[in-house]
Design a protein around this ligand. Structure first.
Ligand SMILES: [Fe+2]
Ligand SMILES: [Fe+2]
Length: 374
């Protein structure tokens, strides 16, 4: 893996300046870069099927595709498209099959409806859960999904978070500057339902087949593009301790304030597919596309990247910035396939289609990607 320049405090301040309207509360007192995660061993799977259960785009007429080492199968029917993301992951290793639900869309209705239409019996199959970060368009369908699990199965079922930050209250900002609540993960409710909520800032092997990356180091010059505000602390029995935020802000800065949301606890989920390399799923990509891929490589010790898929959070960015990120990703990680979803933006897909069409796969809700085929 290439050596990268550490993300400096100066970069951090520059990012704040670029963000303009962000609520950066006084000077940034310290920036402690999280240690690179390194899992002792990441399993190798023979095959990985990624079912797109929730995403914003749908094309009833999109054709199935057969690419080298990748089959793409579409669902035909009245799927629900919505802002948000949910991926159902089915992996095979020898005779063993495992199932993981990665994110849950914004509303349970869309998630449950689409899984049924896709013929995925997620309620009875799921072995583990992952929430990528603390945004409601990724965990909105979670509690309903948990309720649908048979009680005996869900008791002790692991749910992985990348950091305490994922448990914080989030707020959106309206154009007039006022705030509206954007939800919070209900950890007590999940635990009461029998779910084993695990915060894994150093990464974790998931269901014996995949892995989470751990906290994403901000080593590239990528910017966290403006999105939500984060409220540190607990309210109404839910919220975060602020454990991660204390590494970045002083007590005074934290107290009763709404901070620009850097998603310190975001993590990616990935699989090492035999003879192909990593399939990296960014989910929302707030920490940066290049940073996310680097983190999956660092956590696993695997350099070869077969595919990068998910939300890249580049929809708010201008074309020249997006182009730089794409070029950097290809120069560094050289993925065979790039599958933009969710918040990646039209600029991203258009640039990919122009510069690297053989690597681009257009994604729609209801699609099933099969990696590891001969
Ligand atoms: Fe998102
Ligand atoms: Fe997000």
């Amino acid at each position: 893996m290439s050596v990268t320049k550490p993300f400096s405090r100066r970069d951090f301040l520059r990012t704040g300046a670029v963000l303009g309207g962000a609520v950066l509360l006084g000077p940034v007192t310290r920036f402690i870069s999280p240690a690179h995660a390194s899992l002792s061993s990441v399993p190798v799977v023979d095959r990985l099927d990624v079912h797109v259960a929730v995403d914003a785009y749908y094309d009833l007429l999109a054709a199935d595709e057969e690419r080298p080492a990748l089959d793409v199968k579409r669902t035909r029917g009245p799927v629900h498209a919505q802002h948000g993301l949910a991926l159902f992951l089915e992996s095979r290793r020898g005779s063993e099959t495992r199932h993981v639900m990665l994110d849950f869309g914004w509303t349970p209705d869309a998630l449950v409806h689409n899984l049924k239409l896709m013929g995925v019996d997620a309620a009875n199959l799921t072995d583990a859960l992952v929430v990528s970060h603390g945004h409601a368009d990724h965990f909105g369908g979670l509690m309903k999904f948990v309720e649908l699990q048979p009680e005996g199965k869900r008791r002790g079922m692991p749910l992985y978070l990348g950091g305490d930050d994922a448990l914080c209250h989030r707020w959106s900002r309206r154009p007039d500057g006022s705030r509206s609540e954007f939800g919070v993960l209900d950890r007590p409710g999940l635990e009461a339902a029998g779910i084993d909520v695990t915060v894994a800032p150093g990464g974790a092997v998931v269901a014996g087949h995949g892995f989470t990356s751990g906290v994403i180091e901000r080593s590239s010059p990528e910017e966290v593009l403006g999105n939500t505000l984060v409220e540190v602390g607990e309210r109404d029995g839910v919220g975060c301790s602020g454990e991660q935020h204390h590494a970045h802000f002083s007590e005074e800065e934290l107290k009763g304030n709404f901070l620009f949301d850097h998603h310190w606890g975001e993590h990616v989920t990935a699989y090492h597919v035999k003879d192909r390399g990593l399939v990296v799923m960014t989910s929302c990509g707030h920490a940066g596309l290049v940073n996310s891929v680097r983190q999956a490589q660092a956590a696993s010790g695997i350099d070869k990247v077969h595919a990068v898929m998910g939300g890249f959070h580049l929809a708010p960015a201008k074309s020249d910035y997006v182009e730089k990120i794409i070029d950097l990703l290809i120069a560094e990680a050289n993925p065979d396939y790039i599958v933009p979803m969710h918040c990646s933006g039209a600029n991203f897909s258009n640039l990919m289609a122009r510069k690297y069409p053989e690597r681009l796969v257009n994604s729609y809700v209801g699609t099933r990607y099969i990696f590891g085929t001969a």
